[in-house]
Design a protein around this ligand. Structure first.
Ligand SMILES: [Zn+2]
Length: 210
């Protein structure tokens, strides 16, 4: 089973991909994790990636495509895989197709922008001990201070409303053409992602089974 998980930042793709990956016994291939590993290891690719991130740019398609090609050739992907965070552009989708890989299904996790802003904007972190909280789902027992160490909680720079909205704008701009690309192929399946984790997982499992 070759699957793509698709959805805006904060839609819960990573969580859902991890659950399904375990249930099906196939790996999740996350470009975000791969890039973080390259950066941490200080490889040439990692340096290029870091430069792109610092400049607020996306990594060039051919770099990401090359990375994915190497990863999907590994033996653990022989029985299938879940792609998380790739493809992000139509050029990347065409690159995947060019590798001779026929994707079975694209799971499109749909969440309204306002719900994402609420979800991501409610995150609070403790810069001292690393504890994470959420104003609605997981509030700190100590109010606006860390329940573990008492430090005042902070909003991560990535989670400010302006940054969230600009990330969503980039997502819509790149993704709408990609949605159309897979819809035309008849393999795009939409899931209501503005629901609880269990119901979303059930809906995804049903789509994968059918
Ligand atoms: Zn703390």
């Amino acid at each position: 089973m070759k699957l793509i998980f698709f959805g805006p930042p904060g839609a819960g793709k990573g969580t859902q991909a991890a659950m399904l990956s375990e249930a099906l016994g196939i790996p999740t291939v996350s470009t975000g994790n791969m890039i973080r590993e390259e950066i941490a290891a200080g490889t040439e690719l990692g340096l290029k990636a870091q430069q792109a991130i610092n400049a607020g740019e996306l990594l060039a398609d051919e770099i990401v495509i090359g990375m994915i090609k190497t990863r999907l050739a590994k033996p653990d992907c022989a029985g299938g895989f879940i792609l998380d965070g790739f493809p992000r552009t139509v050029a990347q989708a065409e690159g995947l197709c060019g590798m001779g890989i026929d994707v079975d299904k694209v799971i499109d996790i749909v969440v309204p922008d306002e719900a994402l802003v609420r979800r991501l904007g409610g995150r609070r972190v403790c810069l001292k001990c690393g504890a994470t909280y959420h104003l609605e789902n997981n509030p700190s027992p100590a109010g606006d201070r860390c329940g573990r160490c008492g430090e005042p909680l902070s909003v991560r720079k990535d989670d400010s409303e302006a940054v969230i909205r600009s990330r969503l704008e980039v997502f819509h701009m790149q993704t709408e053409p990609l949605e159309a690309y897979y819809r035309e192929k008849g393999i795009l399946f939409s899931v209501d992602g503005d629901s609880d984790i269990g119901s979303i997982a059930e809906e995804i499992a049903r789509i994968v089974r059918d």
